[in-house]
Design a protein around this ligand. Structure first.
Ligand code: BTN
Length: 264
């Protein structure tokens, strides 16, 4: 666990200097561009990537006014209470391994920083006790990839019963404030290590990431409903293939390979 930045817990302004020191030894996170408010770090990063920005550039904010989620959804902002950041990367490997490495980094960082048992819901949501606590949005921009991560850290969703039924914050789950800066450092240092491994060791690293990611997938072995464009596939989630696609066995025995969608 990282040493605690003074007064950071629950503080509304992110301690950027502390995170910069914590990331002194990493490739990812430099330069670190902080925005008190922004529409969306992913939207900004997509635009920035077109200008040929440095590998590992990090855009981080305390508040998004137009945060975006997967499948055109809105990512709700709790000002000063979440982690919301995007990285500009140039992976030489298939990008779904980056998503797997990111989900793993978030799960491990949450465990180390809070002791909470987090798990991955296919394709890349991070859950605690069945409720979503973090999401990942990956987008291509020119030759670059923009990786956006959002984590509900502090504050409570108690005032939004409908949202609280399917989402949570780390503070709601632990009953205490969590240091956002330390959590960001824990995620980014883990991602830095696995990204370097994926860039350097090719298929060996890809297999290791996939195996670790699969080990944290709570979706496997469960009865699932996959929602796609108003349609649905029902069955048992049997496995994930090498491409990270979900293999679902329907009641009539048909094997469906699911590349995208929402799992219920
Ligand atoms: C999802 O679960 O649907 C993905 C959520 C991704 C949210 C993050 S917050 C930082 C970055 N900027 C965005 O607009 N979205 C991602």
């Amino acid at each position: 666990m990282h040493s605690v930045p003074p007064g950071a817990a629950g503080g509304e302004r992110f301690d950027v200097a502390w995170l910069e020191r914590a990331l002194a030894g990493t490739t990812l996170g430099h330069p670190l561009l902080y925005f008190r408010d922004i529409g969306s770090t992913n939207t900004e990063a997509v635009a920035l990537a077109r200008t040929g920005t440095a590998e590992g550039t990090l855009l981080l904010t305390d508040h998004q006014t137009a945060g975006r989620g997967r499948i055109g959804r809105v990512w709700q902002s709790l000002p000063g209470q979440q982690l919301q950041f995007s990285l500009i990367l140039h992976p030489t490997f298939p990008p779904h391994f980056l998503v797997m490495a990111s989900a793993l980094a978030v799960v491990e960082a949450i465990r180390v920083e809070t002791g909470l048992d987090a798990a991955i819901k296919w394709p890349n949501d991070v859950l605690i006790g069945g409720r979503k606590v973090a999401g990942i949005l990956i987008e291509a921009s020119g030759g670059a990839v923009v990786l956006g991560i959002g984590v509900n850290v502090n504050s409570t969703l108690a005032g939004w019963p409908e949202l609280a039924a399917r989402a949570t914050t780390l503070a709601d789950a632990t009953g205490s404030q969590v240091i956002r800066e330390a959590l960001a450092a824990a995620i980014l240092t883990r991602l830095d290590a696995s990204y370097a491994d994926l860039q350097q060791r090719g298929e060996v690293a890809q297999q290791a990431i996939r195996a670790a990611w699969r080990g944290q997938l709570e979706t496997l072995g469960r009865a699932v409903v996959i929602h796609q464009n108003g349609g649905e596939v029902r069955g048992v989630a049997e496995d994930v293939d090498a491409g990270g696609e979900l293999i679902v066995r329907e009641a009539n025995g048909t094997r469906q390979i699911i590349t995208w969608g929402d799992v219920e």
